[in-house]
Design a binder for this molecule. Sequence first.
Ligand code: GDP
Ligand code: MG
Length: 437
Amino acid sequence: NLSDRLDRSFKLLKGEGKITEINVAETLKDVRRALLDADVNFKTAKQFTETVKEKALGQNVLTAVKPGQLMVKIVHDELAELMGGTAVDISLDGNPAIILMAGLQGSGKTTFSGKLANLLKTKKGKKPLLVADDIYRPAAIEQLRILGTQIDVPVYSEDGNKNPVEIALNAIKQAKANGNDVVIIDTAGRLAIDEAMMNEIAAIKTAVKPSEILFVVDSMTGQDAVNTAKEFNDRLNFDGVILTKLDGDTRGGAALSIRSIVNKPIKFVGMGEKMDALDIFHPERMADRILGMGDIVSLVERAQEQYDEEEARRLQKKIAKNQFDFNDFLSQIHQIKKMGNLKDLAAMIPGVGKAMKDIDIDDNAFKSIEAIIYSMSPKERVSPEILNGSRRQRIAKGSGTSIQEVNKLIKQFDETRKMMKMMTQMKGAGKLMSKMP
Ligand code: GDP
Ligand code: MG
């Protein structure tokens, strides 16, 4: 990754007191290449390396830090600054507040509309109304309805009405009547930018005067994302960008390019298809990701959020008394499953995302483990040390697994017990991290 490369190109520098033009040139070439690899657009990459060069030149290299590390820090800080300093909230002004989604077909507007409604409802105590304002595809209306049912948020739609402006205005009327304080308008997109689509969404904007227009863009589209963002911004002057599908392999260079070209903040990132796979955009973390360090902090934060505090306290007590048993092991598995798709999570771990791509890991991965534990008697679950050969044989039969699988699980369980101490320490570290800006 880029950090390694920077370190390598700065090996030669060791012992020199300052970063000079000559020794910086090679590194900047690496930086530029890495940025282009990460889908950053050419112009942005060029500007960026110029800025870094200015900042790097003449900096004193302290004996304690390697020049490569100093350079990584300069690049990292500059990336984070370029992407917007700190995370920005969305505006919920007005009663109801009106949020308008814009973007190409397939970018993730409908999915994000559902995620946002879910977030506002569960985290901010809002009463959102979702509006299916895609008049071209009945399937799109159905898709939003299904999401609405999933998260228990009402969805407004009108069969047969071909006027998206009218539908939006009617939806707002209904929201007022029903006490919905946020209206999220999901619009139609096309596969490519065309005048009719732009006219339509511009007309909706004029009619409903949204407090927030969000441009949704698929981060996997790379360079194209920048052009699309520019065209939508020229026409709508949107307030923020939603970068979806960041759970994929993309390194998120589009984030940097969009930010530098349209100069609008990225507000949320989509991390999966599930309704809770949504993260606030953190420029610092995106800088890490572009630099190839992975998004560890997001991972820790997300795991924490899903983790039942009470359950955690109960467990901690048991661990302290060395009473962690198979029932706890089972409940841990349920916690992990609650955290969402394992692949989504794994993709955030540096180095693992790519490796996991071809492996079919999903929630079923725990099935045989669960079966084995369910086949244990209550006494065996609480006192695993009584699990002798004949008991293991019986459990294997009962769970439809093999004696090897049972042995393996018991071994894993023993290791987990040992790991528990470490986990409690990690949780403390996670708390600390989530307090950082
Ligand atoms: P729209 O046409 O803009 O409304 O896009 P959709 O919301 O229908 O999304 C298109 C496809 O992308 C669907 O299959 C979604 O499930 C998927 N999708 C949307 N957001 C994400 C995301 O953050 N991660 C992943 N992996 N898939 C996503
Ligand atoms: Mg849609």
